[in-house]
Design a protein around this ligand. Sequence first.
Ligand code: DON
Length: 565
Amino acid sequence: MRKRVFFIFLSLFLILSCSERKELVGPGRLGVRAEKAMVVSAHPLATKVGLDVLKNGGNAIDAAVAVQFALAVVHPSAGNIGGGGFIVYRTRDGKYFTLDYREKAPAAAHRDMYLDENGKADSGKSRQGHLAAGVPGSVYGMVMAHEKFGEMPWRSLVEPSVKLARDGFPLTEKEADGLNWVTEQIRQYSTVMPSNLEREEWHEGDTISWPGLAVTLERIAEEGAEGFYKGKTAKLIVEEMRRGGGLITYEDLANYRAVWREPVVFDYKDYKMISMGPPSSGGVAIGQLFGMVSHFPVGEWGVNDVRTIHVMAECEKLVFADRAEYLGDPDFIEVPVFKLLDPEYLALRTALISLDKARQTTKISAGQFIEEHEETTHFSIVDAEGNAVSCTTTLNGSYGNYVVVGGAGFLLNNEMDDFSSKPGVPNMYGLIGGEANAIEPGKRMLSSMTPTIVEKNGKLFMVTGTPGGSTIITSVFQNILNVIEFGMNMQGAVDFKRFHHQWRPDYIQYEKGRFDRALRKKLKKLGHSLKKRDAIGRVDAILVREDGSLEGGADPRGDDTAMGF
Ligand code: DON
């Protein structure tokens, strides 16, 4: 009898797991709701800092400045003053501005600086240690954003981070794990081991302070950009470079400027999207993706239909092929933004997509994909007036180049790895490039960061973005489609599992649980190779609901938190 019951259960289990279950996809989990204003960032303490600024009457840019500095303290794997980033800003009356505070190659950088004597690219040098650092842009970016749009006193926006760094704060489990992982690397690559990191092991709830960083932030609070690019902080950076064989000089720091750039703006059905232009590839890439996907009824097909996944992956391949060829720093090369977004061009590209078969990318050796820990961070803010900030900022890899500037307490970026150190040689995200993204003194390395704002019928609709290297582009694409084509609400769209194709290597990467067995079988039948991987992205986004209230989508893949009022 027992045996029979067992067999009945076993057969039922097998039937259920093998048969093609029609997966019901609903709007998903509802996120934090607020009537007027909201901040969503990668860390609860940074979100709280931003929220307090908004509550005290600051606007979205004021809050963004405060959150950028707070993340540098509480989320040091990606939050930074030693890195760079991009802001997309939409004012309440529908004007757009995009700020580029991406790092730059030092003046002494040159195109073959990462090649060894045999002409082979040495990824160690572009990823770890002093040579990997570009000239940081974050502090300049914050100063410029604040000068143009800020309303609160500068000091009041830096002060909360000075306090966090000086007085300490409790670690989340993820942040404790991160520090346990990175301590040895920091010991190896920094010339002076910061005393606050001299500890066996960190646990959730332990208090950490960053005394050196507190003093540096105090100088920034007092002197603005000069507190970083000149004087004591500049001296500490240059001395660190000299001790560790890096390239950044006083002149590099004094010459750094952030730049207001032309936003990339395009339409998709009833929606207008505003995103980041070069030197980020993000805006152009999602512009191309939406332009191509508009030729297919993906909304009707549904989020789990094999045709939807296939078409999205095929569009992604074509876009990443263009990215490798045409995108780079517009101050150095002519980037054909209009041609790349031209509907006629996109229609021609779309015509290359067959619904019956995956297009094979030329059989070239596939890039090795992500051995390094990756980490960037994104935050989205809407203030009580309806101004919106979408900001993505990074050190590139997790904890950047592992160099804490001696006496200054902050990590430097390893953004130089985003250049193409040699044509066809993949960077840490498996991305390849050529001439357009070759290293030149003072040039900005190509980025995938895609801070984006979406309007519907002329009104603010969504603010979104994510970390994730090359997967940023495809995660933002999916996140927006999840809402506007597949009917999910904000948190549901953020929670939903993701996939990614970047042309080379030639496979679809997917998060566990994204494709069930039946879907995997169908995709393989169309000729796709599949590769399961860890979490893709950490999207932090805000949706304006029909009644005008806000819904935050905070990514459960991290400590991400939404708060509003
Ligand atoms: O700018 C870029 O495209 C990269 N440096 C971003 C790195 C990144 O997103 C790492 N994060 N998870």
